[in-house]
Design a protein around this ligand. Sequence first.
Ligand code: GAL
Length: 655
Amino acid sequence: MPRLGDATRGRILFGGDYNPEQWPEETWHEDVRLMKAAGVNSVTLGVFSWAKLEPRPGAREFGWLDRLMDLMHAGGIGVVLATPTSAPPPWMGRLHPETLPRDEDGRTEWWGGRQHFSHSSATYRRYAAAITEDLAARYGSHPALTLWHINNEYCTYDWGDEAAAAFRRWLQDKYGTVDALNEAWGTAFWSQGYDGWHEILPPRHAHYMKNPTQVLDFKRFTSDMLLECYLAERDIVRRHTPHIPVTTNFMPMWAGQDAWRWAAEEDVVSVDLYPDPRDPFGAQSGALVQDMTRSQAGHGPWMLMEQAAGAVNWRGVNHPKPSGLNRLWSLQAVARGADGVCYFQWRQSRQGAEKFHSGMVSHAGEEGRTYREVKRLGAELARIGSEVTDSHVSADIALLHDWNSWWAGSQEGRPSSEVDYPAVVGAWHRAFWEAHLTTAFAHPEHDLSAYRLVVVPQLYLLTDTAIDNLLAYVHGGGTLVCGFLTGVADEDDRIRPGGMDARLRDLFGIRTLHEWWPLDAGEGVECDGFRGLLWSEEIEAQDADEVIAYQGGELDGLPAVLRKGRAWYVSTLPEPKALRDLLAGIASGAGARPVLDGLPAGVEAVRRGDLLFVLNHGREPVTIAVPGTHHDLLTGATVTNDVVLGRYGVAVLRP
Ligand code: GAL
């Protein structure tokens, strides 16, 4: 497998999407000067260049890109070369309207924006393969080429006719017979029984709620179709350049791709991350995505492909990053394992839909605060690069996450639309983050034996294999904590007998799950010692060893939390402090320790290899006890027993 490290030679990739086609050539030279001054060693070229490269069908205009590749190389800047296939040129939609996706109401997604391609269109795929082939042939041996970047944030859906035909083929492969599909989809309900494949459609606009398994399969199909598009391009570039690694950038915690499956097909896993600078949980939500991406990469590299140096322009109100925050969040990604810290984009645009989105060089230019801070960060990353790349972050705790469960659990017609899966996962991750415990993510069918503690914030759908895996983990000595509404459905979204899988009920000491009692927004339910939010359950215990009970109301005296041996079940969402205390206590019992003892709130500590990263997410200076003598790689100072961190301060300590 090609390695990122071979191309980066121990440097952290630092740079961003570079869209020079938006600028006159004089600016390119100015860009190189500013890039070099800022320590930029990597730019991503070509992400949205299809119309420039192929202005009419089959034409090739490579001259400008030749000059840029050479210019970058001469400046010592590596190129992450993108295939431009996420934004087809206007001629494609005009000549081949079947390449344009349709939404569920049958409306066409026209050109004039981006990502207006149908993943199922043979014509689109043919053009995408051709431009990829020619790019790979032309630049495969260019010395600036560091990494292939396939497409950009694959995220399109299509309910159109060519997608419908592809959906039928996908279903035939999966089910073999229409009878098997009817059984899996439960089409006996509402007279939906299919008499032949030709009757089956993607879940288009319907009068009332759609068949949930049809919707679930459509989400699986969409992820698979996009993956096919990725693999087709990946295989082309690999054929030309087996030594150059390949990636495609994920959106963070995005519902459209089963990123576990995708990540297995990448040499470098990359993600785009844009926490809101005003979000009080921005640092933790960033940490969650970083933990997720690192876990998807397994022992391989991951990188932050895009972040904003300042404001984005797609929220209602778009706040800039206060001084120091860009540096802090960039070093947080490095602490959590990133081998690249890059941006959308290098130079802020003056035209187009994203002209109010920040760049590393803002409209204020080289005098602007944004560029000055970028420059400082570039110098610091250069200083620590060789010490961190190729070193790993290890975690004793795994949170389990699965896209299939997310998809199935977010259907219409469920007990509570207040339950938002990413928010539930976020609440559990936040509990560990605030307790200074490092977490990984894992798929419920992964080998879990390396973890001291496994937690399931919520997996509404669990396959039999996953359930067996959880049982084996606990029987093998592991500690398991499961949140509410877990183990309810099988892989076809069929409710398991008893409303929760019998093996899991037995594991937790539950005799009967009588009813779910979802709570309204803002409503709470009293439990012995804390308030539960969002959800509660009417459970009868059988042989649980320990119970924390609901107090008052309909569920008075019934278990809110049960433990049998090393298996815990939490049937509500404890309010944040209670969840943190509960999980920190269980983690401690399982032998998982915080990175440092006695850390104050808002200070994050992470170990990467031998290095200890300490990050102050607060605006007030803090003094942190770090027993022993260390060398701070950022300042060069020797640190003995404690380190002082100013507002948004960071120390990278080597023993
Ligand atoms: C990403 C995308 C970039 C840019 C950026 C703005 O989703 O990949 O091209 O649009 O968002 O935040």
